[in-house]
Design a protein around this ligand. Structure first.
Ligand code: SF4
Ligand code: MG
Length: 338
């Protein structure tokens, strides 16, 4: 398996604002996406996943660390970035906001190819992209405007716009969050089919761990700027080891409800004030159950686990001192497996 994308020690820090300290939005991430692989990046809002997604497609320049595309480090000149973005396309949550309401479908999908000078075969390119995105027959859609399309069709137009550049990688930030529940599965299936038929790689960002079950090969769980658990979808969803992953899973509606939801205490995290030690410790139910004099609590409070080295290839990761001491895993229920 060749890596399409490899991220090493990536950090994105935003400057202080309004009396608050600098925000360490992405705070040391190693991650690999292989050719033809779908990786789900899961976390709550504010955990840095959208910033990481933007850094992966070159829209945000990392404060430190590296993004490698097919083994070559990304450079941040305008021309290098423009070339890179042909290969790595970002798809956002809200298709209505992403589509210019005054442009028809042909012009919307043709925008990327025009920008990149790919105009000699533009008609074929646009039609092929629409067909790949499931808008068939393409002729039926070319002269329509966004308001004449359903939310699902709008998202397909956005995806067609990405596909028109024949990318190797799609980074999709909450691609189904703004859609009706009835069409979410269709869009996820589309991403899955693009991988199966074209060998496209995808990084799909979501707050929904259940979504990972439906499309991902591997899952990365992000908390406050770091990946805290990484592994195959079976490992992470059926045998989660990190207390944070376990808490996220326990509140999924599909989780077999023979155990109580693990409710997290404390405020939602802010990347301007990251606790020393394990960054999850202020909210961690496992640490919270330890007595004050328990030496294991000193580990939780005192020592941060290192960033994984070697680019986080294949091997799984659990950034928890007490990972092996947590309870057996909840099971994902039948409706999530559909
Ligand atoms: Fe919880 Fe400690 Fe593990 Fe952090 S290291 S997740 S605080 S048990
Ligand atoms: Mg976001």
């Amino acid at each position: 398996q060749a890596a399409i994308l490899e991220v090493r020690g990536l950090r994105v820090t935003y400057p202080s604002r309004g009396g608050r300290g600098p925000a360490r939005a992405v705070d040391g991430v190693d991650l690999t996406v292989d050719a033809g692989e779908i990786v789900a990046l899961i976390g709550e809002s504010g955990c840095g996943k959208s910033t990481l997604a933007r850094a992966l497609v070159g829209l945000v320049k990392p404060t430190s660390g590296e993004v490698h595309y097919r083994g070559t480090g990304l450079r941040y000149s305008n021309s290098a970035l423009k070339r890179y973005r042909r290969h790595a396309q970002l798809v956002l949550q809200d298709p209505a906001g992403a589509l210019n309401p005054r442009q028809n479908v042909f012009d919307l999908v043709a925008e990327g190819p025009r920008l990149h000078g790919l105009t000699s075969d533009l008609n074929v390119r646009v039609r092929d992209a629409l067909a790949l995105a499931g808008l068939r027959p393409p002729e039926h859609f070319l002269s329509r405007f966004p308001h004449e399309l359903s939310g699902g069709q709008q998202q397909r137009v956005v995806i067609a716009g990405a596909l028109a550049l024949e990318p190797s990688l799609i980074v999709a930030d909450e691609p189904v969050a703004s859609l009706d529940a009835s069409v979410r599965g269709e869009i996820l299936r589309l991403i899955l089919n693009l991988r199966n038929d074209l060998g496209l790689s995808a990084l799909v960002v979501s707050h929904d761990l259940g979504l990972a079950w439906n499309i991902a090969d591997r899952v990365a769980v992000m908390y406050l700027g770091r990946i805290v658990e990484l592994g195959s979808v079976e490992e992470v969803l059926l045998r989660p080891k990190h207390p944070y992953t376990r808490a996220l899973l326990s509140v999924l509606p599909d989780t077999v409800a023979d155990r109580a939801p693990i409710l997290l205490s404390g405020e939602p995290p802010e990347p301007t004030s990251i606790a020393p030690g394990c960054r999850f410790h202020p909210r961690c139910p496992v640490a919270g159950a330890l007595t004050a004099d328990d030496p294991r609590l000193q580990l939780c409070r005192g020592r941060e686990l290192p960033v994984i080295s070697g680019g986080g290839r294949r091997e799984s990761l659990v950034a928890c001192h007490l990972a092996t001491e947590t309870e057996p895993a909840p099971m994902v229920g039948s409706s999530a497996e559909a």
